[in-house]
Design a protein around this ligand. Structure first.
Ligand code: URP
Ligand code: ZN
Ligand code: ZN
Ligand code: ZN
Length: 467
């Protein structure tokens, strides 16, 4: 039996349009759109009608970078797929792409199977996987082809973390050459980890153990150098490149230069780099540990370059890199040695709101908000137009957003399974009211109405964003 939902009188915002339109949903998909008040819209009938007068009607957010239950530094990221995807839904995100991990000595298949097992039956919203490649060898390269065919079309490599996820330039080049052949997208953690490890050792020897030294040793220049090197390796391989969690203005400059040359080079930044800074890393009483992630937070001056990059499309995507560790018991592992603080920050619930705040403050337009948070990540990772837009045939992943509601972000009220908020006390204008995932209400007027297992695995096509 078909079930129809009608969303009336909202301001429909996509990456390309703003229009007062009624949205008809049938069997989990967008069935039709019509300008509100027109005969076509008046003819829509449904079992359930949502009045969105005064509200925005936007595509569900697509967060292309999360780490639920990720093992790191002897512990695990605190959100499970169940708690993390529920929190994502609360924040207006209806799709995540999480990172499955190949262990050194293991296969891609083993890593991917393990992540499927963690996620299956537990997610409140739809999900896909990227693959972290930590061990490039002949077998791994062959497996990359198989993964692309089954919908895991992007592969993260690390120029940082020697001895853990690190790949050397030869391994990176080989993986890029393979991606050039099979259509995969290489995602790069661009920091010179070999040089950083020298600076870490020297800092600790000087007794510099506080969290703020994490920011000092992971220098902007070493992000820029790695970004430059990754771009050149990708150019040699003839492969597209997506640089994750860009934080340094010098790295943005490298991306800008490559894009001016017409290369298929893309960049992602995250809310923490847009809204937080080394001032947070320097908070006393070890509180700075809450903000330890890599690439690290930068001095406030870098933020202007990130905002500019988002406006000029030298940066295309804002993802969260959601990787939460509790202050108590997890971040504390690094008391007395900043290099032992688990790297990562919570944020999957906050991204859509923080970026709406950026609209309110004039950094980006409403349509650009939807483009960088929904449409482009969906295109970049091969899910468009099923995800990332509101158009006939698309999945009915829809958020009713109240642009006038006021809220204060706090760990007291958030839904992520972590004991602090990186944005504690921050005032936001705008709030998610109702969220549909494939037509099913998972948040209904600020109440959770979803369930674990509603979310399904989403295989992806290859990148849809190439020049
Ligand atoms: O500090 C971070 N970003 N932790 C998550 C792993 C990664 O490098 O993305
Ligand atoms: Zn990374
Ligand atoms: Zn990450
Ligand atoms: Zn369900």
């Amino acid at each position: 039996m078909s079930r129809r939902t009608l969303i009336r009188n909202g301001l429909l915002i996509t990456a390309s349009d703003e229009i007062h339109a009624d949205v008809l949903i049938e069997d989990g998909r967008i069935a039709a759109l019509a300008a509100s008040g027109t005969p076509a819209a008046e003819a829509f009938t449904a079992d359930r009608t949502i009045d969105a007068t005064g509200k925005y009607v936007i595509p569900g957010g697509v967060d292309g970078h999360t780490h639920m239950e990720m093992p790191f530094g002897g512990t695990y990221a605190a959100d499970t797929f169940e708690t993390g995807t529920r929190a994502a839904a609360w924040g207006g995100t209806t799709t995540i792409v999480d990172f499955a991990i190949q262990n050194v000595g293991g296969t891609l298949r083993e890593g991917l199977d393990a992540w499927h097992q963690k996620a299956e039956g537990n997610c409140a919203i739809d999900y896909g996987f990227h693959m972290i490649v930590s061990d490039v060898n002949q077998e791994t390269l062959k497996e990359m082809d198989l993964l692309v065919e089954e919908g895991v079309t992007s592969f993260k490599q690390f120029m940082a973390y020697p001895g853990v996820f690190y790949s050397d330039d030869g391994q990176i080049l080989r993986a890029m050459q393979r991606a050039a052949e099979n259509g995969g997208l290489i995602m790069m953690h661009a920091e010179n980890g070999i040089a950083i490890d020298v600076l870490v050792e020297q800092a600790l020897a000087r007794g510099e153990t506080d969290p703020r030294y994490h920011g000092e040793v992971r220098k902007a220049l070493l992000e820029a150098e790695a970004t430059h090197r990754a771009i050149k390796l990708a150019q040699v391989a003839g492969a597209p490149l997506y640089v994750v969690h860009v934080s340094a203005q010098e790295a943005v400059a490298e991306l800008t230069r490559a894009r001016d040359e017409g290369l298929n080079v893309f960049g992602e930044t995250c809310p923490q780099y847009l809204f937080l800074s080394t001032d947070n890393l320097a908070e006393p009483d070890f509180e700075g540990a809450k903000y330890v992630c890599s690439t690290p937070l930068r001095p406030r001056e870098h933020q202007a370059a990130l905002w500019r990059g988002l406006r000029t499309n030298d940066l295309q995507v804002v993802s969260t890199d959601h990787c939460p560790f509790c202050f108590s018991g997890q971040k504390e592992l690094g008391r007395g040695d900043f290099s032992k603080i688990p790297n990562g920050m919570p944020g999957v619930e906050n991204r859509m709101d923080l970026l709406h705040q950026a609209v309110v403050e004039g950094h980006i337009s409403r349509r650009r908000w939807i483009e960088i948070a929904c449409a482009t990540p969906a295109r970049m990772f091969g899910m468009y137009p099923k995800k990332g837009t509101i158009a006939p045939g698309a999945d009915a992943d829809v958020v009713i957003y109240d642009p006038h509601a006021e809220q204060v972000i706090s760990a007291e009220t958030h839904h992520m399974n972590v004991d602090y908020s990186a944005y504690e006390g921050k005032r936001i204008t705008g709030r998610v009211e109702t969220v549909l995932s494939r037509g099913v209400p998972v948040i209904t007027e600020r109440e959770y109405t979803g369930h674990a297992g509603h979310g399904v695995y989403t295989p992806r096509s290859t990148c849809q964003y190439l020049n």
